[in-house]
Unconditional design. Sequence first.
Length: 243
Amino acid sequence: MEIPKEEKRKLKTFQLDTKGAFIYYLYQLICRCYKLLKKQDRYLNELRVYIEDVQRKNMLKQTSAIDIPYDDYSDFLALQGHIETHLLNVIGDLQDSSLSYYKFRELIKKKKKKKTLSFEMREIEDDILKILVGINRARNFQNHEPESLITAEAKMIDEKQLLPVEYNPIEIINYETCTLELLADLYNSYKHTYDGANKVFKSMMLDYEFLLGTKVEIVDVISANSKGMSHLETIKLASDIQR
């Protein structure tokens, strides 16, 4: 589908200018966030069971003295990191063309301040706002490669906490094992984000129920059809719009 440039420009952002538009936008956020939280909950349980199983087999050792295959750590990192990245984006991204709850709430705040909000909306709780700020910071740090990563390393080399870099040959460090302590720290980090995201999701639901004026139920429905290539058409169109 060929889209004219002017239409592409308009389609890059969703116009939040009516109550119906806010409801539709929030509906999309809830659907996405619900699926992500459900997946992350499953992966967190799998990681917790793995850690507990290793601990049972090494009851007399501290987690810092227990080695596990580094590939296992990498697999958990890749699997849960992928979900967390999407969670951070759908909750905490403040870019103009981004779909996120923080952006949704910031726009409501601005419209309330300017007295241009055409409908009533409940106030967001202070603790939820703090979580949104924290998720936005985590999102901004994790979704790009900050130069502070190498300035921190250079500082530690200067302070003799790390060995100096050898420029030739270039040595790429690989690991066969890592400590269970490192994996447990990974679990705690993902669990912290998950818990915060879960609280934010409940806030989304409160907003949605407020706008609809009724209690809302979420129902998991199993499709009678397999998911096929036709489901990629929306993604392809969205990608084309962003060019």
